[in-house]
Design a protein around this ligand. Structure first.
Ligand code: WT7
Length: 628
């Protein structure tokens, strides 16, 4: 049931007025009104801040549920991210600072980054990659990952970035689902001083992946891993063997830019497809007005490019703004829990965009770590991925922001491509609330009948109008795409529960479907269940999300064993290991519970809500459809 009365706190923090005076967005209310008066004019003005090889003819065409944006415009996002700055005053500006797990640092100016991207783009071309072909990128958080993405965009290849924490089955599904022709990987990823081989996981994933013609390997280890001739190429040898100039491909606004897989409510992940022009305008717009990126900033988004946050707010949006970005391969508490704060001091980071799960982890370590470092360079804090609970907000605001800095809690999704709801810089902040829809976005909260709910009553969050960076398709699954847009009055259903206060501030309460947000990562119950069932000892499995103080949610798995199998601690360990290697460490259950039966509907669907309610000691709700 989605409609419930929610008691809402009225606590509000007013940021110093100078933030608003100096922000790109000086008056969000006024901007919102401007959008309502002339929606197309609003987006048109923003689009003109970017370069188009040929101007678009019309802002949008909306034939529910299909939208096209910036019709017939021709552009290239890598050109807007790199060439535009390299040709002008940002030529020698640092585009990217990188900090390795072992303490090594690297940096690239805009000019240098462009040169690397052009050479790697030519390398891909030499492997036969052409406009429209899919390239899978399975790499750790190193500059070459960013270079590979931009190189694909330059030649019109559609990238599909797979987070390096995914296991072989998950990777296989993503490679074959997108029909990748080339996979770019690294020999290993380095985490907490340990070398984790990546290439063997890819080799496993490539079994029966018939579309793949080549793999490209970034080799960082000594001695170098050996490569199969004719099939496996060295990243830098490939770049060195080709020409240095690579003109950007002339892309139509609606040409696909990338596919990014996200968890589905079935066992299969969904390939979310984003296109070029609208995505470019949406990420640029939000980097400017929500994250308020300025030329003097050093901007750090702590995500990984393997997620949408990394696509939109590490790579594309910030580089479109000509920002200096900081990225790191390191983990937040290695070699000690002060390491992130040391980066802020060392690089003079001014905007930090991170996740509630990280904030809660730091809270637990205490203030002594951040207090050791000079954090005065910071001017804006951001959060994404799951609700920033009031306790975490307070800690972030007071301990890191010293009770002065604006905190933007940004709500959005892989599907939306860009921020949708937040508290714009300079606006009053309410702990626990993401905020209001940003100018350009129309949302509502509705009950089961599709009617808007009053303040204080929870309901389903919907988006009422198309926006430029909305996903255009679910790869090879138009039906699934259509269901997204089947909300009341043809709206987009976000599958989140939310509640609004009297001022229109929105608090996100969590998912209303079978996805579990674990440490800000979107995990499908069905995917974990099918991983468990693929183990020979398991007959059936049901997975639920249980609230967790640190991770937001954790995964609890109920399994029914096959005949003759007995429950032992070793078997449970095996099951966890099995999920780890097939799906990846991010998807492992925190606990496995062996049961004799699972609650099911008469049609045989497992009733996860009943399992969850029993586990949490809550009312399981309507049981009339239960089988026994
Ligand atoms: C789901 C989307 C968008 C980047 C990362 C996740 C949850 C995301 C917030 C927030 C409350 C949030 C929602 C959403 N979510 N940001 N600020 N407050 N919840 O992308 O993997 O597509 O997951 O993450 O439940 O639907 P994603």
């Amino acid at each position: 049931m989605s409609e419930k009365q929610v008691t809402l706190s009225k606590k509000t923090y007013l940021p110093d007025p100078h933030y608003r005076k100096e922000a790109w967005c000086k008056d969000a209310e006024h901007a919102y009104q401007g959008y309502l008066t002339d929606p197309d004019g609003f987006w048109a003005r923003i689009s003109h801040e970017l370069e188009w090889f040929e101007p678009w003819q019309k802002v949008k065409e909306w034939k529910h549920p299909f939208a096209r944006w910036f019709i017939n415009g021709k552009c290239n996002i890598s050109y807007n991210c790199l060439d535009r700055h390299s040709a002008g005053s940002r030529r020698n500006k640092v585009a990217l600072f990188w900090q390795g797990d072992d303490g090594t640092t690297r940096s690239y100016t805009y000019w240098q980054l462009l040169r690397e991207v052009e050479r790697f783009a030519n390398g891909l071309k030499s492997l036969g990659v052409a406009k429209g072909d899919c390239v899978c990128i399975y790499m750790p958080n190193v500059p070459e990952q960013v270079i590979a993405m931009l190189a694909c965009a330059r030649i019109g290849a559609v990238h599909s970035v797979v987070f390096a924490g995914f296991g072989s089955d998950a990777l296989h599904a993503r490679i074959t689902g997108a029909g990748a022709k080339v996979v770019i990987t690294a020999d290993a990823s380095i985490r907490r001083g340990k070398t984790i081989p990546l290439k063997p996981i890819l080799e496993e994933a490539l079994i029966d992946a018939t579309t793949v013609n080549y793999i490209v390997v970034l080799r960082t280890q000594n001695p170098k891993v050996s490569l199969l001739p004719e099939f496996e190429m060295d990243f830098y040898e490939l770049m060195d063997s080709v020409g240095k100039k690579c003109p950007p491909e002339n892309m139509d606004s609606e040409d696909p830019l990338f596919i990014l897989y996200t968890s589905g409510t079935t066992g299969q992940p969904k390939g979310i497809i984003h296109t070029t022009g609208g995505y470019m305008v949406g990420t640029y717009y939000t980097c400017k007005y929500v994250l308020d990126i300025k030329d003097s900033d050093v901007y750090w988004c702590t995500a990984d490019p393997g997620w949408i946050t990394g696509h939109s707010y590490i790579v594309y949006g910030p580089l479109l703004m000509g920002a200096t970005i900081f990225i790191t391969e390191g983990t937040p508490d290695y070699p000690d829990p002060g390491v992130w704060w040391s980066y802020i001091e060392q690089f003079g980071i001014s905007i930090m965009y991170t996740a509630p799960t990280a904030i809660r982890m730091f809270m637990r370590y205490g203030n002594e770590y951040p207090d050791k470092y000079n954090l005065e360079s910071l001017r804006l804090l951001g959060s994404v991925g799951e609700p920033l609970n009031p306790e975490a907000f307070e800690w972030f605001y007071h301990t890191i922001g010293k009770g002065k800095l604006p905190v933007v809690d940004t709500w959005w999704q892989t599907e939306t491509g860009m921020h949708m709801i937040t508290t714009m810089i300079g606006e009053p902040m309410k702990p626990g609330f993401a905020g209001k829809p940003i100018p350009g976005v129309l949302v509502d909260i509705v009950d089961k009948a599709g009617n808007p709910v009053p303040p204080g009553i929870s309901g389903q969050l919907i988006i009422k109008e198309p926006w430029p960076s909305m996903m255009r398709m679910v790869n090879q699954n138009e039906e699934r795409y259509r269901t997204y847009w089947s909300g009341p009055d043809n709206s987009f259903g976000a599958s989140d529960l939310a509640v609004r206060d009297e001022d229109g501030y929105i608090m996100i309460l969590g998912r209303s479907d079978d996805l579990i947000i674990v440490s800000g990562h979107n995990i499908g119950t069905a995917e974990v269940e099918s991983a468990l069932v693929s183990h020979k000892a398991v007959a059936e499995a049901a997975v639920v999300g249980i609230p967790d103080e640190m991770k937001g949610n954790r995964i609890l798995a109920f399994v029914l064993l096959r005949e003759g199998q007995i429950e032992t601690p070793k078997l449970k360990q095996d099951l966890i290991y099995h999920v780890r290697i097939t799906l990846g460490p991010i998807a492992i259950p925190s606990e496995i519970r062996v049961v004799d039966s699972l609650p099911k509907t008469r049609s045989g669907k497992i009733m996860r809500r009943v399992l969850r309610a029993v586990e949490l000691g809550e009312d399981p709700g309507d049981l009339s459809t239960i089988e026994e």
